[in-house]
Design a protein around this ligand. Structure first.
Ligand code: VGL
Ligand code: ZN
Length: 188
């Protein structure tokens, strides 16, 4: 694990590790399953140290604007309450982890876990100053969540062993990491 020194003031944010983003899912991220083992390591570490853990989930209504039928870019995915929207069964979700649902309204998409949620307020209430972020996908929801964390005044660390990218265009993953670094994120 490249990051073993989580401390007071840190929180872990696990982004969208849901069946639909894994092999066999409606919007499978290439090699997305590879994030699960490293994330389980971080989940255990944060759990042992009683540090806050947040799991985000893409949680769309039927007919969401991001779906192709509605003119959006994606196949239907992560519809609230479906198996595809459930967290990967192999992910060890500790008791006490907070779940943040995003993009829940039909007319708006939200790649960032801060958009339209109370995540920033929850983090501040807990005294969090730095967030460590892994999950899916590097070039969409991870990127947007990291940039919004920085904009909200948190420091942000990208757990590179625990992220994978969609890469609609080759190079999207590298560009996303460069963008996050340029905005002040630490690429661990
Ligand atoms: C995501 C595409 C559509 C993500 C969510 O979690 O990165 N990507 N919806
Ligand atoms: Zn989505």
């Amino acid at each position: 694990m490249p990051w073993e020194n989580a401390e007071s003031g840190d929180a872990l944010i696990v982004v969208d590790v849901q069946n639909d983003f894994l092999p066999g899912g409606a919007l499978a991220v290439p090699r997305g399953e590879e994030v699960i083992a490293p994330l389980n390591g971080y989940l255990e570490q944060f759990g042992e140290r009683h540090l806050p853990i947040f799991l985000t989930r893409d949680w769309h209504p039927r007919g969401h604007c991001s779906f192709r039928e509605q003119g959006g870019p994606w196949p239907p995915h992560c519809m609230a309450g479906t198996r595809g929207a459930e967290f990967a069964p192999a992910l060890h979700v500790p008791a006490g982890a907070q779940v943040v649902s995003k993009a829940t309204r039909p007319e708006a998409d939200a790649y960032s876990a801060f958009q339209g949620t109370d995540l920033a307020a929850q983090l501040r209430r807990l005294g969090v100053r730095r967030v460590l972020i892994g999950g899916l996908a590097t070039d969409y929801c991870v990127r947007a969540t990291v940039l919004d964390a920085l904009a909200a005044g948190f420091r942000a660390v990208v757990l590179t062993d625990a992220v994978r990218a969609v890469e609609l265009k080759p190079g999207d993953a590298e560009a996303a990491l460069a963008d996050m670094r340029a905005h002040g994120a630490q690429i661990a």
